[in-house]
Design a binder for this molecule. Structure first.
Ligand SMILES: *Cc1c(COP(=O)(O)O)cnc(C)c1O
Length: 540
């Protein structure tokens, strides 16, 4: 299997090259040259598989045996998911007769990004080790320096994915004093020598500054080449691939939980969505042949995707509403309501606070490809690449692109979309606590609310699976606010996991950066970057 960029089909990469590169040089995202189909006997052969077994089967369809031999692939997958606390890795819980939640938060940082980042870290390490083993004694060993910025909720998953990995250093910038205490503790109590948390000071109200620093570092050719900067953001192909697995697992688990496992049910996945990675994995599963209905895109007030499915316009700012804005997020934290300078709205589900949705480009490519005319596959791929380059250029220059009707219709064949306000998010948390004694985090609640909105139009044989993306303890403020009037609710007893107790008191390692300044950050990286180790077994 080879990989091509969504913005041009000329160059084909191996899986390893696509994973190490992350983003394509033309600005596009890597996609497989074709979507593999499930083997004819998958329904019977895979039905009792564990998460790890399924992962090996699914990944093998996208990674050639001569790139990663099967036993080594299995070892990588086993290692990646040995850090999870639940035997099913991603357990499926029944809420009502027609609604299930797929809990993706049983990894080390209690959020769904662990599913992908645990594997990505091991893949990086595996590839670097192998490259260095193949080098002569005088050749310079390869290393990777991962740099990223976080507003709190996703940095820890990257840190836990890369901690203690050979030849990899990770630097994560967070705004000093502006990250929730639990999230700050999750990041800074990782004291492995290759992990560096940079607490960046700054009094001004500009959350963009840290992201701009990271961008500037990547744009600095010399610095980038010296340190081989890498990103672990959600566009890496390996992350999407890792996430397809739980769609298969939950399919089998749902059937097992039905009173009649052979009943004719249709599964409807509903996914709280930000950068479109989680739900895109479901789209690949569907296209591979996993039976399911339309996929549900659930957004918060940052609703660029919900607007796309309404109008076919992919635009940063809602041009259909009078003020050029959708209504403000109803229950957003006091004084934090509304949009920041970039137009991103702050909501109770911050991991989904986005302006544009980076992985959506991959779906657009498939829509462009399927509506393209051409003599053969290669010609249609080239046309799709040119179309995406054009559309993304328009989004960059004009802030919007309008896709043709045929493209929108195709998008509606496989997806529906719903927007959920903060007020609805809080109501939903309360509703499922009071009716089912289930405590959902605000991101999961966005999914649950969207699922309930469409449920009344569903035929009786539909079973909804809502993807649950974070443990409620990670977003204690929203959960406590939703449930404060419920007499039977007790945060410490009902929500707080044992692993979080004592976390705040543990030893920390943080590097203070006095100002959001690129040069200061560069100096920190140069000082702390771990020198690469050449031959395996060499002592440091
Ligand atoms: C990242 C994240 C999401 C959104 O996932 P995408 O793949 O970006 O759509 C939802 N919930 C939580 C808790 C997350 O961390």
């Amino acid at each position: 299997m080879k990989y091509l960029s969504t913005r041009g089909a000329d160059q084909l990469l191996s899986f390893e090259e696509a994973v190490l590169a992350g983003l394509a040089p033309d600005g596009g995202l890597y996609i497989p040259e074709h979507i593999p189909q499930l083997p004819a006997d998958w329904q019977t052969a895979w039905k009792d598989h564990s998460f790890v077994d399924l992962s090996v089967e699914v990944l093998s369809l996208y990674v050639d045996e001569d790139e990663i031999p099967r036993p080594e692939l299995r070892a990588l997958v086993e290692k990646s998911y040995s850090t999870f606390r639940h035997p099913d890795i991603t357990p499926l819980k029944k809420l009502t007769d027609s609604t299930y939640v797929l809990e993706l938060f049983h990894g080390p940082t209690f959020a769904f990004k662990d599913v992908a980042l645990q594997l990505l870290g091991n893949l990086f390490e595996f590839f670097l080790k192998r490259r260095n083993q193949r080098k002569g004694p005088t050749e310079k060993p390869e290393k990777l320096t991962v740099v990223g910025a976080t507003s709190g909720d996703t940095g820890s998953a990257a840190i836990y994915g890369l901690r203690n990995k050979a030849n990899i250093s990770i630097f994560i910038l967070h705004p000093k004093g502006r990250v929730s205490p639990i999230q700050e503790a999750q990041m800074t109590t990782v004291t492995d020598p290759n992990v560096h948390n940079l607490a960046v000071q700054g009094t001004f109200d500009d959350c963009q500054a840290r992201f701009d620093i990271v961008k500037a570092l990547f744009g600095d050719r010399e610095f980038n080449a010296t340190h081989r900067l890498g990103a672990v953001n959600s566009i890496n192909w390996a992350r999407i691939l890792a996430q397809t697995v739980y769609y298969f697992l939950s399919y089998f688990h749902l059937r097992r939980q039905l009173p009649d496992p052979n009943a004719d049910v249709e599964i409807q996945y509903v996914v709280p969505t930000g950068n479109f990675g989680d739900i895109l994995a479901g789209y690949y599963a569907k296209r591979m042949g996993l039976p399911m209905g339309r996929l549900g895109v659930a957004t918060n007030a940052n609703d660029i995707l919900a607007r796309f499915w309404r109008s076919g316009a992919y635009e940063k700012v809602d041009s259909s509403s009078p003020a050029g804005q959708s209504e403000p997020a109803a229950g957003a934290s006091d004084g934090k309501q509304g949009a920041d300078a970039s137009g991103v709205k702050e909501t109770l589900s911050p991991a989904m606070d986005i302006l544009v949705s980076s992985n959506f480009e991959r779906l657009l490519w498939y829509l462009a490809f399927e509506t393209a005319e051409g003599a053969d596959l290669a010609e249609r791929q080239r046309k799709a690449g040119a179309t995406i380059a054009d559309w993304m250029g328009k989004v960059k220059s004009d802030g919007r692109v309008q896709v043709p009707v045929a493209v929108l219709e195709l998008a509606r064949r496989d997806f529906f979309a719903e927007r959920v306000s903060d007020a609805q998010t809080l109501e939903t948390i309360k509703y499922y606590f009071e009716s089912e004694h289930y405590i959902a985090d605000p991101h999961t609640a966005v999914g649950l609310c969207a699922a309930r909105t469409v449920a009344s139009q569903n035929p009786p044989n539909v079973r909804q699976i809502v993807l649950s993306t974070a443990h409620p303890a990670k977003f204690s403020e929203a959960v406590t606010r939703a449930l404060q009037g419920s007499p039977s609710f007790d945060f410490e007893r009902d929500v707080l996991p044992a692993e979080f107790k004592g976390l705040l008191e543990r030893e920390r390692r943080v590097i203070d950066v006095e100002a959001p300044d690129v040069e200061l950050v560069k100096r920190v990286i140069e000082k702390y970057v771990v020198p690469a180790v050449g031959q395996v077994g060499a002592s440091v």
